[in-house]
Design a protein around this ligand. Sequence first.
Ligand SMILES: [Zn+2]
Length: 472
Amino acid sequence: MFKLYNRCTLFKGFLAACAVVLLFPIHSSAKENETSEMKTVQHVYVDDDFVGSLTDDKGLQSSLEEKVEDTKAAYPDAVINADSQVTLIPEQMFEEPDRDSLVIDKVIHDLKVKADAYEIMIGDEGVAYVSSKADAEEVIKSILLQYVTEKELEQYEGKKQGEVNDTQESRVTDILLSKSVESKAVHVDPAKLIDVKEAIEVINEGTHVNAVYETKDEETLADIEDITDVEITRLLELNPDINDETKLESGTELQVEVPVSYLDIRVEREVFRNKKIAFETKIIKDEQLYEGEKKTDVKGKPGNRVITYKTIEMNGQPIEETVTDDRVASEAVTQVEREGTKEVPSRGTGTFAWPADGGYISSKQGQRWGKLHKGIDIARPVTKTITAADNGVVEFAGIGSGYGNMVIIDHKNGYKTTYAHLDSLAVHSGQVVPKGTKIGVMGSTGHSTGVHLHFEIHKNGALADPLKYINQ
Ligand SMILES: [Zn+2]
């Protein structure tokens, strides 16, 4: 438990004891009494400081063990270092030492039992004590992981070992610490040990340096607290010659504290970003198509650019971004369209075509169930396509009361035709429709009892009989 030294040159305390031995013969005339009155005592040192002398070290041993056990109980998580700083040096002496119990009490009082610890060093400054090397490494890694992801860190470490990254994923190219970060084994008072989380907080919080603040016109301590972020109580501590009553003259120099980080972490990355390239549209005039008609020969497709950036972050804050490469990964495909130039006949010919694909007349114009049936009904067609009976312009395409989905075409020659109960419409109002243009699909919308087309012809605003104009 404690070390015994016999070499008297080890401690300065010993030299004083030697002096007593050397001086004694001057005051003693009875040389033969020397050996009979001399006793072996143990000089006790704690951390090289002389505490007292014992005639018997047995009591000290058990007291030391007890103190170590007490410390272990108080700090169950710490690894208590049982290597004592107590040293005993024996000596033959004539003088009666102090009472052993007093010396033991003083040794126990002076002795600080220590725990195994790792000190985290940033630069040459120790910032925290943790209880194991694994904890110290976790703290250091956690600090880094505030600014890079675990995956990035792994890739970065891998790259440092010579692995090649040829993927197009963004990656960390450099991590620079403003100071070295490492840990070293030490022994400390177990009260100084903190856990990983606390150590991270301590490092993130940083420290501060002293600075001088020169006051301006009529600034109060409260103003200075706002500006410098140093609390008034602390300002008064730092500047003992002022108090909260002092009127500060302009130009007064005050001691303040400025926060500084223990460590700045600069992360450089190579970042790839994709950017769409819009496609162009080429239009070819085509006289085979009616004006307003359009056909797409080649469908356009956007291209892709890959832009490479070098980004720099300092403690997580972006500070720089530069483009290092910009290349086309895939070209855009130009869309090719044809637009019709053939003039559309909007004026009717005066002769009407059958508006359905086959079918038969299921109901004629005239009185039906006490009401006038204004047109004819055509049912059971081959396909359900409904077509314009003559050239014209769509006057209405929408829902009519009782008619359901309907189209009215103005033939611009005094005639209009109506197509009702359509399932769906294929034209819009204002559209020029040459004779035979598909205008919708036969259906049973509105007041209808089955799928059929209701067809009307109007001449100069008056109802006409369709059967006088169309043939099946
Ligand atoms: Zn009808």
